[in-house]
Design a protein around this ligand. Structure first.
Ligand code: C5P
Length: 241
């Protein structure tokens, strides 16, 4: 399966702010506090199950780029159907579980490609969740799942910065790696088990990082974003030579 041209563009990367809110108006207060120049936001199960497509369309109306973190995992036909519905919404990234298997991932990818031409929207790109951080895993297991996801048509994976460099080595630079579990040095880790700094994630080869509470619960979210984003982008630039 061919890599779409916009994957190269997607590799510019950045910081996805996780909008883990139960209330859409709270999410919009946050996006306003951050300001119009920042576009990357992640909508997860909490907001999406409460507001559905409206949560995506409201943010797209504000010119945001949406990563829809729904972690799909079902039989291929059902996941393909969900992808068909999601393609209409205009999100740019969607998560599916690598453990759903090759056939499920392939069905999702074929559907995304079929739907891509129908709407005046960027094509939906698939990010495979390798192994949930709440479950035990080995680096080999995670790398194997990343390879399976890539061979089956995923555009990238969600992984910890500790696994990112092995994934890039095995899957190549154009296979996107998106890393959650990010904290600045000296900050609280909340319920994250293993954390990395934005700089360490950049060094490991992350294209994007996902950051929630360190920004959404900061006294000044815009300042927190700037600190995190500066550290991440400086690290990426350094790595790129
Ligand atoms: O607030 P915090 O920065 O910990 O939020 C991290 C975000 O990344 C949450 O939306 C969480 O669901 C997501 N995530 C994660 N670890 C994973 C996969 C997703 O923290 N392994």
């Amino acid at each position: 399966l061919e890599l779409p041209s916009d994957v190269k563009e997607a590799r510019q990367g950045g910081v996805f702010i996780a909008l883990d809110f139960a209330d859409l108006s709270e999410a919009l207060v946050l996006t306003n506090a951050i300001g119009p120049q920042h576009q990357l936001y992640k909508i997860g199960l909490e907001l999406f199950t409460a507001y559905g497509p409206l949560s995506v369309s409201q943010l797209i109306a504000e010119n945001k780029k949406i990563f829809l973190d729904l972690k799909l995992h079902d039989i291929p036909n059902t996941v393909a159907g969900a992808c068909r519905s999601i393609a209409k919404l205009g999100a740019e990234f969607l998560t599916i579980h690598a453990e759903g298997g090759a056939e499920m991932i392939r069905a999702a990818r074929i559907t995304c490609d079929e739907e891509a031409g129908r709407y005046a929207k960027p094509p939906l790109k698939l990010l495979a969740v390798t192994r949930l951080t709440s479950l035990a895993s080995t680096p080999e297991q995670v790398t194997q799942l990343a390879i399976l996801a890539q061979e089956s048509g995923a555009h990238g994976v969600i992984a910890s910065p500790l696994e990112a460099s092995a994934i890039k080595k095995n899957c190549g630079e154009d296979f996107l790696v998106v890393c959650p579990g990010i904290r600045r040095q000296d900050s609280t880790v909340d319920d994250q088990r293993r954390v990395s700094t934005p700089g360490a994630a950049a060094d490991a080869g992350a294209d994007y990082i996902v950051v929630g509470r360190p920004i959404t619960r900061a006294k000044n979210p815009a300042v927190s974003l700037k600190e995190i984003s500066d550290e991440f982008l400086a690290g990426k630039k350094h790595k790129g030579g």
